[in-house]
Ligand binder design. Structure first.
Ligand code: NAP
Length: 346
């Protein structure tokens, strides 16, 4: 297939290029597209390079699948253009996720929905949702999920290259100001960067995205709405507090999940160990549990700290971690592209 990567120079797009590089059977040709700022840049690809092209309608000519890793408003405008030119669009942005005519696909959960998308667009979920929903699905099938309460610990790269740059710049600045930092004056020497409303180095920020209705942030509402849509559980109660932490890559969530039926922690551990796309790391006495540093650069959704609620026989506590740029973004889109390719062949 010929695949276009729109946003090839960004945090997600760069990982996407690497994943496609490793899959010659999926994509024999790649068109790299970005903003006017990057036109003419040469990106390494397999044995050679590809030149970044500007986003115009003709970049989609002859393209089978166009993967969009760009801001919402860019997807909103250009995804329909790619469809008109004959491509199936796999969109990583939030532009179409809640559109009833656009399937929101996680291949481990609802692969059948990638078949014949009515608008020619398939959406892929938010990176925080993805880290949680894959393990929860395995538990739901056995116990019947009723309620989820989550607190996230989200990496700076979740806000794109600007988030990564802010974290590095501020961390380096803080390292030169040891005296101020150790005397509790870090806030005096660190200023907010481009991506977050407060300094992210040496800090945690209880706001991911913009503040929306009922005091929830856009990220918290995405976690709720997208989880329901992916699982097809439109009455599922989901509430979350999303927090940005000074980690480069890897989103983590502490999850309280309540079910219709009584749960057993050992059985849940075994179910999760057998679930597609999930790896269990769960032996706290040996300091064995998922961490973002371990998850970064790898594919699975990791889960650990699996234990029954002390006061509710129908509830479990879990700690979930995934690489937000891989399973949380580029890898999920590549898996969807593989589904599209298989349908094309069948
Ligand atoms: N980061 C994550 O963990 C994550 C996870 C899931 C979903 N997403 C979503 O994926 C999308 C990309 O995120 P990111 O983190 O990779 O952001 P990013 O690092 O800021 O990259 C944005 C990309 O979009 C390109 N772009 C921006 N404006 C454009 C325009 N007008 N025309 C063409 N290209 C344009 C940029 O090109 P230039 O380099 O030329 O500016 C860059 O390649 C966003 O919708 C985001 O919400 C991100």
């Amino acid at each position: 297939m010929r695949v276009a990567v729109v946003g090839a120079t960004g945090a997600v797009g760069s990982v996407m290029m690497r994943l496609l590089e490793q899959r010659p059977a999926l994509a024999d040709g790649v068109v790299a597209v970005a903003s006017a700022r990057s036109v003419g840049r040469r990106l390494p690809f397999r044995d050679g390079e590809v030149e970044v092209r500007a986003l115009t309608a003709d970049v989609f000519d002859g393209v089978d699948v166009a993967i969009f890793d760009v801001p919402d408003e860019v997807s909103q405008r250009w995804a329909p253009v790619a469809v008109e030119r004959g491509a199936v669009v796999v969109d990583k942005s939030a532009a179409f996720r809640m559109d009833p005519e656009v399937p929101l696909v996680v291949p481990e959960i609802n692969p059948e929905e990638a078949r014949r998308p009515p608008r020619g667009i398939i959406a892929t979920p938010n990176c925080t949702t993805l880290a949680m929903v894959v393990p929860l699905w395995a538990l739901h099938r056995r116990y019947g999920l009723q309620r989820v309460v989550a607190a996230s610990y989200q990496a700076a790269s979740g806000a794109g290259q600007a988030g990564i740059d802010d974290l590095w710049d501020q961390t380096q600045r803080a390292a030169k100001e040891e005296e101020a930092v150790t005397s509790g004056r870090a806030g005096d020497v660190l200023a907010p960067g481009a991506a977050f409303p407060h300094p992210i180095a040496l800090n945690v920020i209880p706001q991911c995205g913009s503040v929306r209705e009922h005091g929830y942030t856009s990220e918290e509402l995405k976690l709720c709405n997208e989880t329901r849509k992916i699982m097809g559980l439109f009455d599922l109660a989901v509430t979350a507090t999303c927090v940005r932490v000074p980690v480069v890559v890897g989103h983590a969530l502490a999850v309280h999940a309540a079910f219709e039926r009584e749960v057993d922690a050992d059985e849940a551990r075994a179910l999760l160990a057998g679930a597609e796309g999930v790896v269990v790391r769960d032996d706290p006495t040996a300091a064995r549990y998922p961490t973002p540093l371990e998850a970064a650069g790898s594919d699975p959704c990791y889960v650990g700290r699996i234990r029954a609620d002390l006061f509710d026989a129908r509830a479990l506590e879990l700690f979930c971690v995934a690489d937000n740029l891989r399973k949380g973004a580029a890898l999920n889109a590549v898996q969807i592209t593989e589904l599209v390719a298989r349908q094309g062949r069948s």
